[in-house]
Structures are given as structure tokens and as C-alpha cells.
Ligand binder design. Structure first.
Ligand SMILES: NC(=O)c1ccc[n+]([C@@H]2O[C@H](COP(=O)([O-])OP(=O)(O)OC[C@H]3O[C@@H](n4cnc5c(N)ncnc54)[C@H](O)[C@@H]3O)[C@@H](O)[C@H]2O)c1
Length: 364
């Protein structure tokens, strides 16, 4: 088993990674749970695919699955309110640890419920998508979506433990696996050219399900996130903002496609990384060779690398408008994560939106 420690003083926690870990969930979760009861927040699809395995691992405990519908729509006030009512009806207390068992939607929703029910209880992440294993389960960002935008209501609330079993991905739709992969490659692009080179060799094995390759890639991504979160838990300086590489462009693409299955989050991040690299070339900070390597890598793995391939025909001005309403703008300026080359991302707050719009109009 690999353990990555997220160092946050009194709120530090382990991320434990191993194939077959789900079957040992009782051993890992038992000491944290109050009494003999496991309150599991999950979605219906995850529970149908993996619920029996978790229940078997929690043999001897009373397992209370509290299920919501799958999909982004569950990150909403009505679903949150209903979830909290059901948890209160089950007698949830501050000393309880909710078990968030699902993808990023469940982690964000259950984590936010844990942050506010009874003025806060604990929670544990057992992520079941590649995206949630390498990104959303670590770092403590929780929340829901509102009319004004995605993730605009929420709380920083760190989990007590994260259990990652790459084998739970066996029932995940391959498109979702590819999408989550983009968040792994992001760490190579941000700060680790050697890791990116490793992914160029081994990325297809990670996606195909090779257990060793998956464990290595997940561990590297989690370690990258843990280090950045420990240095800047609440995104108060540029360190954690680097994690948004591909996301400023990506959010505009997701907004344009209505946060729908037309473009999954990781697909938008992959294309967003390509656009960030190409924009960096246009600004003279990054070599064409590094931008081309980025595009070739994602293309080889079946991720979208052009606006046309993603079915987006919006004008550059419309896409720039989505970015300007992004929550990460500070002092009226959007923070762009740009690149000086693979492994050398940096934050630029001087970008003119008119330049971005013109760049996007020229991009295929
Ligand atoms: N908190 C953070 O730091 C952070 C970071 C990145 C993304 N996010 C959030 O994560 C969410 C996206 O998460 P996601 O991509 O994991 O999507 P998701 O949670 O919607 O899961 C995708 C689909 O896969 C199904 N599924 C999940 N695991 C499965 C399994 N093992 N077998 C079969 N089906 C399975 C789910 O039911 C769902 O239909 C977005 O809301 C995004 O905002 C949060």
C-alpha cells in the first residue's frame, strides 16, 4: 500500500492507495466510525456497481446507504437539503464520519453536507472515478452548483481519510476513465516534465487498466496535489491556483456545452491544457514543440484537442465572456495558468481578454 500524507497540521490525513483496498475498507474505516454504523453517501449508479463490495467489506457493521441520483444535477440545494434531512433522520452526530462513496459529485456533495450538518461532522472519501481518485477527493474543496455558476457555494472541509482502490474503476465507463486521465497529465504539465515523459510511454496502460501503471500514476498525481494543498490550503496565493491549468479555458468550454455529457470535465481540461499551451506559444513563453507534445499526447489517448473535435463553434468573444465570469477572477482580471514549457506552469494575471478572444477565433 502507498500512503501519501496531506500535511495540514491538526487537519492532516492519509491518502491510502492500493489495489484491493475496498475489500479492506472495514479495517481502515472501522476505527473512525461511531458505534457499529456506517453512513454511506453514494449515487444510485455507483451503489449498483460497487455497493455490494463495500457492504461486504463492512461486514458486521450496520450499513446505511443514503443515495442520490447520479450526475452533476445532484450538486444542488434541493438535493443537499434532502440529503441532510435524511442524515438527520438517521441520527447523524458531530462525531460521525460520513463515507463519501462515488465520484467527484458525491465527494463534493457529501463533503459539503458533512461541513454543515450539525455545524460539521467528519467525512471519509472513497473515490470511485479516476478523476475523483487523482483530484477531487484530496484537498477539502466541497460544494454545490447554483444558477450563477458551478461550485459557487461550498466550504473547505478536509476529509479524515482517503481510500483509493484502482480496481473500483473496473466498472467505470471508459470515457470517464479517459476524462479523469487528463487531471493526471495536468501534474506533469504543471511541475514534472519527467512524469509527463513517463506518461507519454505509459499513459495508454494507465487508461487500459494496468494496475501497476494506474497505481504509479494515481500516487504521483495525489502527491502533487497533496504538496500544493499543504502549501496553500485555501488558494490564497498562486501555488494552488496552478492546479487550474487547463481549467480556465476548460470552464468556458463546459459552460458553452451546458456542463453536459457533450463534454466531460476532464475532456474540457485536456482541451483546456492544449489551449493554454498554444496560447503560451502565441505569447512567446512556450516552445511550439512542447505545445505539440501536449496535443499529440492527448490526441493519441482519444481526448479532444481542438474546438471543432469538441463540437464547439462559439466565437472567441463568447468563450472569453464565460472566462470573465469565472469565479477565479481576482481584482477584475482572470488568472490564466500558462506555461514556459512542459513542467513549468505559471500564473499570469495580465492577460487581455480581447487577446484571448482573438486567439480562440484563430484556433481550429
Ligand atoms: N472538489 C474538488 O477539488 C474537485 C476537483 C475536480 C472536480 N470536482 C468535481 O467533480 C465532479 C465530477 O466528478 P466525476 O468526474 O468523478 O463525475 P461523477 O461523480 O458524476 O461520476 C461520473 C459517473 O460515473 C458513475 N460512476 C462513478 N464511479 C463509478 C464506478 N466505479 N463504476 C460505475 N459507475 C461509476 C457515476 O454514477 C456518474 O454517473 C464535478 O462536479 C466537479 O466540479 C471537484
Amino acid at each position: 500500500m502507498s500512503i501519501v500524507r496531506v500535511e495540514l497540521g491538526a487537519r492532516s490525513y492519509d491518502v491510502r492507495i492500493a489495489p484491493g483496498l475496498l475489500a479492506q475498507a472495514g479495517e481502515h474505516l472501522g476505527p473512525l466510525l461511531r458505534g457499529n454504523r456506517a453512513l454511506v453517501v453514494s449515487d444510485e449508479q455507483v451503489w449498483a456497481a460497487q455497493g455490494e463490495r463495500l457492504s461486504a467489506a463492512l461486514d458486521g457493521m450496520v450499513v446505511e446507504p443514503v443515495l442520490v441520483s447520479p450526475g452533476e444535477g445532484s450538486k444542488s440545494f434541493p438535493v443537499l437539503a434532502d440529503l441532510i434531512d435524511r442524515l438527520l433522520a438517521l441520527g447523524v452526530e458531530r462525531s460521525d464520519q460520513l463515507i463519501a462513496f462515488g465520484g467527484g459529485v458525491i465527494g463534493d456533495l457529501a463533503g459539503f453536507a458533512a461541513a454543515i450538518v450539525n455545524r460539521g461532522c467528519g467525512f471519509v472519501q472513497v473515490p470511485t472515478t479516476l478523476l475523483s481518485q487523482v483530484d477531487s477527493s484530496v484537498g477539502g474543496k466541497t460544494g454545490i452548483n447554483v444558477g450563477a455558476g458551478k461550485n459557487l457555494v461550498g466550504a473547505f472541509h478536509q476529509p479524515s481519510l482517503v481510500l483509493i482502490d484502482p480496481q473500483v474503476l473496473d466498472t467505470l465507463d471508459p470515457r470517464q476513465v479517459r476524462s479523469g486521465y487528463a487531471e493526471i497529465a495536468k501534474y506533469g504539465l504543471i511541475e514534472d516534465a519527467d512524469f509527463f515523459a513517463w506518461l507519454e510511454e505509459n499513459g495508454s496502460s494507465v487508461i487500459a487498466g494496468d494496475v501497476d501503471a494506474r497505481c504509479h500514476a494515481i500516487k504521483r498525481a495525489v502527491a502533487g496535489k497533496a504538496g500544493i494543498v499543504a502549501a496553500d490550503e485555501r488558494e490564497t496565493n498562486d501555488r494552488r491556483a496552478l492546479l487550474n491549468l487547463g481549467h480556465t479555458f476548460g470552464h468556458a468550454l463546459e459552460a458553452e456545452t451546458g456542463y453536459s455529457d457533450r463534454l466531460l470535465h476532464g475532456e474540457a481540461v485536456a482541451l483546456g491544457c492544449v489551449l493554454a499551451m498554444d496560447f503560451s506559444v502565441a505569447r512567446g513563453t512556450c516552445s511550439t514543440a512542447d505545445a505539440d507534445s501536449t496535443r499529440d499526447h492527448f490526441a493519441k489517448l482519444g481526448l479532444p484537442v481542438s474546438l471543432a473535435a469538441a463540437g464547439i463553434d462559439a466565437s472567441g468573444a463568447d468563450l472569453a465572456h464565460h472566462m470573465a465570469s469565472d469565479k477565479k477572477k481576482a481584482g477584475g482580471r482572470v488568472a490564466f495558468i500558462l506555461s514556459r514549457g512542459i513542467g513549468q506552469a505559471y500564473v499570469d494575471r495580465t492577460v487581455e481578454m480581447a487577446d484571448v478572444a482573438a486567439f480562440l477565433d484563430d484556433h481550429d
